[in-house]
Design a protein around this ligand. Sequence first.
Ligand SMILES: Cc1ncc(COP(=O)(O)O)c(C=O)c1O
Length: 403
Amino acid sequence: MKKINTHFQKLQDSYLFAEVSHRVQAYLREQPDASLIRMGIGDVTLPLPKSVIDAMHRAVDDEAKAQTLRGYGPEQGHDFLRAAIEEHDYRARGIDISKDEVFISDGAKSDTANIVDLFSNDVRLAITDPVYPVYVDSNVLAGRTGELMDDGRWSGITYLDCNRENGFVPTLPSEHVDVIYLCLPNNPTGTTLTRDQLQQWVDYALSEDAIILYDGAYEAFVREEDVPRSIYELKGAKQCAIEFRSYSKTAGFTGVRCGYTVVPKDLQVGSASLNAMWRRRQTTKFNGASYISQRGAAAIYTEEGKKEVRQNIDYYLHNAGVIRDAFLKVGYEVFGGINSPYVWVKTPDAYPLSWDFFEYLLREKQVIGTPGVGFGQQGEGYFRFSAFGSTEDTREAMERMLK
Ligand SMILES: Cc1ncc(COP(=O)(O)O)c(C=O)c1O
C-alpha cells in the first residue's frame, strides 16, 4: 500500500508572501495605475559584481573545451573555493577554520533545512519567534516538532521569544535544549548580538551539551566592531556550532546559487564526528554546486571582488539608513537596519495589527512591506522593510511615509 510522509500534511501553506501577493493583486485590480514601491521580499536588485561575471564567463569557456571541461566536482566543493574561504573568511580574521571543515553548497536554504538529517528525532529544539520559517518547517517534515497547539505553536519546540522587552534579540532558554537555531544578523528583525552576548550562547551550549546552528546569511552586512561576523570568533564555538553562509545577499547570488556550511572537526557527539556525518550526507544526497557558480564565488575574494561586494553592501546599508531615519523622524519605534538590510518597525497606534498596517501602506502610500506576524506571533504589531530596492525607490517610499 502506498503511504506518504504524513508530516507534510502538518505543514501550513506558505501563507505570508502568497497573501501579500494576493492582496497586492486585488488592489491593482481596483487601481491599475497605482505606482507601487515594493519593500517586501528580500531579493537583491543590483547586478552581480563585474569580477564575478568575468569569472563565470571564463568558467563557461572552460566548459567549452575538452581540455578544461569540469564534469562532476567534489561533492564538498572545489578546492580553489574552499581554500579561498579558509584564507579570507576565517584565517584573515584570526579564526582557525580549515578547508576540510568547509562544505560548498547551492545556498543556505538547503543547508539549514538539510542539517536536520544529522540529529535524532527526540532532540529538543530552540527556535526564535519571529523566525526565518525554514528552520521550523524542515523539522516539521522530519517529524520532530510534536503537535500543533491551539496557539499555533509546536509542542516539540522551545520558542525563544524576541520582543520589545529584549530588544528583539533572543535570551537564553530557561529549560534544557539540545539544538539551538540562531540567525544573526537576523531575518526578519535586522538585530544582532554583540560578541559578549553571543559568547553567553556559546557558553550555554557548551555547558548544556547543545549545538548551535548559526545562520550567518547576512554576515556581510555587519559593520559595527563589537558585532561578530562569525560565531567562531567566540571561544569554544568550534566545539558547539555549525555555521551557514550564503553568497546570495553578500554578492547577489540569489539566482546563481552558492553558499557554504562550516562543520568543525572538533564537533563531536559522543564518538560521532558531525563533520564526517555531514560529509557522508552530502556525498550521498548532493552532487556539488556548479563549477561556474563556484568560480563566480571565488572571484569575490580577489581584491577587485572584495571592493565591488563592499560597494554593493554599502548601497543597501545606505538604503537601510534612509528607512531607519525616516521612521525615527516620525516617531516610530525601529529595530535593525544598522548591520542588516532589514528594518523592523513597530506599527503605529492607529494600526496595532501588522496586516492592518499593510493595508494602510498599500492603499494610502502605495508602499508594500512585510507584516511581522507572518514570521511568528511575536511579530504581531511589527513590520519588516527591506533595503534591497533602489535608493530612488527607497527615498520616494520614505517621502510618502513622511507626508
Ligand atoms: C536567514 C536566511 N537564511 C538563509 C537564506 C537563504 O539563503 P540562500 O539564498 O543561500 O539559500 C535566507 C534568504 O532569504 C535567509 O533570510
